[in-house]
Design a protein around this ligand. Structure first.
Ligand code: ZN
Length: 186
């Protein structure tokens, strides 16, 4: 089932994600729906708050990118970043803030611990693109967007664009749920 993607400015971003504690069929179904939602939107990562749920859960699939076609999809539950190393800078975008792209500096390498799609706690070292996408999704679970990592001058410039996103004055190719619809439905 494809779910609408919650945009920047909706209520789900007001409180932090909670730990996943029930590893049941509902969770399996949610993970499947999140992959479907992400693939439909041509995304490479999707956090649960992006589909309106305050859960510490994200899905990643970078295999749609040219250089990463053989990479396997990854389920990330209750993640922790244990160690970071080095720096990398590259352009990022986000399904919850369509139309905005900018260069973001992040750690080049990270050591992480999370529960995977088999519901097993694992520890991994990630670098490059994997480290970038993991950190982007991890940020979402702490209520953050990549724009929070830009300079205040850049964020100031983005204000009109963010206001448009709140009004749903954007053309996304996937179902979205914006602040203005949320206001109407209350
Ligand atoms: Zn994002």
């Amino acid at each position: 089932m494809i779910m609408p993607i919650h945009m920047y400015g909706t209520k789900v971003w007001d409180s932090p994600a909670k730990k996943v504690t029930k590893f049941d069929d509902n969770l399996v179904g949610l993970i499947r729906d999140m992959f479907e939602t992400m693939h439909n939107a041509d995304g490479i990562g999707l956090a649960a708050n992006q589909v309106g749920l305050q859960l510490s859960l994200a899905v990643i699939d970078i295999s749609v990118m040219d250089d990463y076609a053989s990479e396997q999809p990854l389920v990330v539950i209750n993640p922790e970043i244990l160690e970071t190393n080095g720096e990398q800078t590259a352009e990022e975008g986000c399904l919850s803030i369509p139309g905005i792209h900018d260069e973001v500096t992040r750690a080049q390498e990270i050591r992480v611990r999370f529960t995977d799609g088999n519901f097993e706690r694992v520890e991994k070292e990630l670098s490059g693109m994997w480290a970038r996408v993991f950190q982007h999704e991890y940020d979402h679970l702490q209520q953050k967007f990549f724009i929070n990592r830009l300079s205040s001058v850049k964020r100031q410039i983005l204000k009109p664009k963010l206001a448009k996103i709140k009004r749903n004055d954007v053309r996304a190719k996937y179902p979205v749920f914006s602040a203005i619809e949320e206001k109407k439905s209350r």
